[in-house]
Design a protein around this ligand. Structure first.
Ligand code: M6R
Length: 360
C-alpha cells in the first residue's frame, strides 16, 4: 500500500535512496573500485564501438542520459525513440550494441525496435525493472535496475535507477573496449556511494512545495539544461505535463534563443538545471529569459553563482557532474507532484495514460 503517503508517486519518490542503494549494491568491486555488473564477466563488452539506446517517454530520457555518459566515456552512442526506430534506425554492424531501456519491459514500441535490431544482427541488452518481462526474455543480456515495484503511472524511481545503471554501464563498456576504466571513474564512485544519503537530505526539505505554490496558475512552465542537464529538463517537463495537465516544455539551454524565447513572459517560470557543464552559459541563457520578465528557478548546489542571479532556487547536494542532474531531477519530481496536488489531479492515474503502453 501507500503507507504514510497520499499517493504512490510520492512514496516512490521517497523510495529513491533505497532503490539506488539496491541498484548499486554488489555492483562495484570494493577491492579495486571496478564496476562488477554480476552478469557480465570482464571483457563482455570487448569490441563494442557503437551503442544505440532505444526507449520511449521517461525511459527515453534515461537512455539519452546514458548515451551522453557513453559519449563522455569515449564511446559512440545515440539515444533513439523506439517508436521512430522502424523508419529511422541507423545501420547496425558487428560492433554495435543495442540497449533497450524499459521499466516494464513490455512497451510495444520498444519491443518492436528490439526485435528489429535483433533481426538486423545487433547484440542486444535490456535495462529493465521487471524480471521475466518480454524485453528481458528476448534480449541477449539483461541488466536489472532492482528499483522495486512502481505503481504510479508517472515513472520516478525507475528513471533515477535506469540513469545510474546506464552511467555505470557506460564506464564498464568503455573499460572493456579500451582495457582500462576511464579516468573519471575514481571521482564518480565515491559520489555514487553517498548519493542515497544525499537524496535523504534533499527529500527532507520542502522547498519544492513552496515553489509549486508560488508559481501555481502560470501559463506555461519551461525547463532548461545543458549536457546531462538536458535530458533532465526534458524529463522535468514531461513529468509536469503528465500529472498537472499544465503546459510544460523542456529545452536545451542554448536552444531557448533559437525560437522558444518568443514564448517567454512574466507568466512562464523557467527552471534552470545546473550540472557543472558550462554552467556560465546556462546562466546566461536563463538571464535572457529573466530579462523578458520570466521568473528563474535555479536548481543547483548552495553557493552556486546561479543562486544570486535567479529569483528562487532549489538546492541540490554537491556531487560529481555525472550525478548532479539526477539530484536535480528529484527536486523537479517534487515540484510536479506538489503542483498536481494543488490542482487536485488524480496523480497516480493521470487521464488518458496507462502504466504500460502495449500498443504501437
Ligand atoms: O515501461 P517503459 O519504461 O518502457 O515505459 C515507457 C514510457 O511509456 C514511460 O516511461 C512513460 O513515459 C512514463 N509513464 C512517464 O512518466
Amino acid at each position: 500500500g501507500k503507507g504514510e503517503y497520499d499517493h504512490f508517486m510520492l512514496k516512490e519518490i521517497h523510495e529513491q535512496p533505497t532503490a539506488l542503494a539496491q541498484a548499486i549494491e554488489g555492483r562495484i568491486d570494493p577491492t579495486n573500485g571496478r564496476i562488477a555488473l554480476e552478469d557480465f564477466p570482464p571483457g563482455t563488452f570487448d569490441g563494442v564501438e557503437n551503442v544505440q539506446l532505444i526507449a520511449c517517454g521517461t525511459s527515453y530520457h534515461a537512455a539519452l542520459y546514458g548515451s551522453l555518459a557513453l559519449n563522455q566515456a569515449g564511446i559512440r552512442a545515440t539515444a533513439l525513440l523506439a517508436n521512430e526506430y522502424s523508419v529511422t534506425a541507423p545501420p547496425v554492424d558487428d560492433d554495435t550494441l543495442v540497449i533497450a531501456v524499459s521499466q516494464s519491459g513490455e512497451t510495444a514500441d520498444t519491443l518492436s525496435a528490439l526485435r528489429q535490431a535483433t533481426a538486423a544482427g545487433a547484440d542486444t541488452l535490456t535495462v529493465t525493472n521487471v524480471v521475466g518481462s518480454t524485453a528481458a526474455r528476448e534480449a541477449d543480456e539483461t541488466l536489472f535496475i532492482r528499483a522495486g515495484p512502481e505503481i504510479g503511472v508517472a515513472a520516478t524511481k525507475t528513471f533515477s535507477s535506469q540513469a545510474v545503471m546506464l552511467t555505470l554501464l557506460a564506464q564498464r563498456i568503455a573499460a572493456d573496449s579500451r582495457g582500462e576504466p576511464p579516468a573519471d571513474l575514481q571521482s564518480l564512485l565515491p559520489d555514487l556511494a553517498q548519493m542515497p544519503s544525499q537524496l535523504e537530505d534533499l527529500l527532507a526539505t520542502d522547498d519544492a512545495a513552496h515553489i509549486a505554490r508560488q508559481y501555481q496558475g502560470s501559463q506555461s512552465y519551461f525547463f532548461i539544461g545543458r549536457g546531462l542537464g538536458y535530458p533532465v529538463a526534458l524529463e522535468g517537463a514531461l513529468k509536469f505535463k503528465e500529472i498537472t495537465y499544465e503546459h510544460a516544455e523542456g529545452f536545451a539551454s542554448g536552444e531557448l534563443k533559437h525560437g522558444p524565447l518568443a514564448l517567454v513572459t512574466p507568466d512562464t517560470p523557467v527552471f534552470a538545471v545546473f550540472t557543472g557543464e558550462e554552467d556560465e552559459k546556462t546562466l546566461k541563457n536563463a538571464e535572457e529569459a529573466q530579462t523578458r520578465g520570466a521568473p528563474v528557478i535555479a536548481v543547483c548546489p548552495e553557493g552556486h553563482r546561479a543562486v544570486e542571479v535567479a529569483d528562487e532556487h532549489l538546492e541540490i547536494p554537491d556531487t560529481d557532474d555525472e550525478l548532479a542532474g539526477l539530484l536535480a531531477n528529484v527536486q523537479l519530481q517534487l515540484v510536479s507532484y506538489h503542483a498536481a496536488e494543488l490542482l487536485d489531479r488524480p496523480i497516480d492515474k493521470p487521464r488518458n495514460l496507462a502504466k504500460s503502453v502495449t500498443v504501437e
